[in-house]
Design a protein. Structure first.
Length: 195
């Protein structure tokens, strides 16, 4: 239990034996029993699907790519291969890779995170047997997160059932969560037997 008014929840742990689900006090005040069951099933689905482990691996790979880009950047600053510029790559191409590689790695990491959210929604709906309860909970949680913003960092935003950070348009490429409307649409389709 997290003593926080913002309604939200998250799962953490590397496997089923070393995992925990946390909910805020705000979520308990906002959701009815069926909706809370849907949220808890979603979080248990993250554990069952090993999403925390997969997210950690994706973040580690993105971090490694960023570190290699920084090494390349310092190599360019201090002259690369002994200062002989006739050999080696083109400096503009190297500069582009220093900028593009970490950006691409981050976009891939965020895309993995968004796909894992869809998977947790589907698995959670199956666990609870009630996709509409999770869909209704997501609607309420999105409004609740807007009304009572959480002081969360980008490093922890991916953990929550509802993204505590806001941003649209181009920023959606860097979002850890898919669009709420699409998540709800998919759950409604599951409830109607179309997915």
């Amino acid at each position: 239990m997290i003593p926080q008014a913002t309604p939200n929840a998250f799962a953490t742990g590397r496997n089923e034996h070393n995992a925990a689900v946390a909910v805020t006090q705000g979520i308990l005040r906002m959701l009815n029993e069926n909706e809370l069951r849907g949220v808890l099933a979603h979080e248990l689905a993250h554990i069952k699907n090993r999403d925390i482990l997969i997210g950690t691996i994706a973040a580690t790979m993105a971090g490694a790519i960023s570190m290699l880009a920084h090494i390349a950047q310092w190599g360019m600053i201090f002259g690369g291969r002994g200062g002989d510029h006739r050999e080696g790559g083109h400096p503009i191409v190297a500069l582009a890779m220093i900028i593009i590689a970490p950006l691409a790695a981050m976009i891939v990491q965020m895309a993995i995170s968004r796909s894992r959210e869809y998977g947790a929604d589907a698995t959670g709906a199956a666990i609870s047997g009630d996709p509409m309860s999770l869909a209704n909970a997501l609607r309420k949680l999105q409004l609740g997160a807007q009304d009572i913003p959480m002081d969360a960092s980008p490093a922890t935003a991916h953990m929550f059932i509802v993204n505590p950070l806001t941003g649209g348009g181009l920023m959606s490429l860097f979002s850890t969560h898919p669009a709420m409307e699409e998540r709800i649409r998919r759950l409604e389709s599951m409830a109607q037997g179309r997915l």
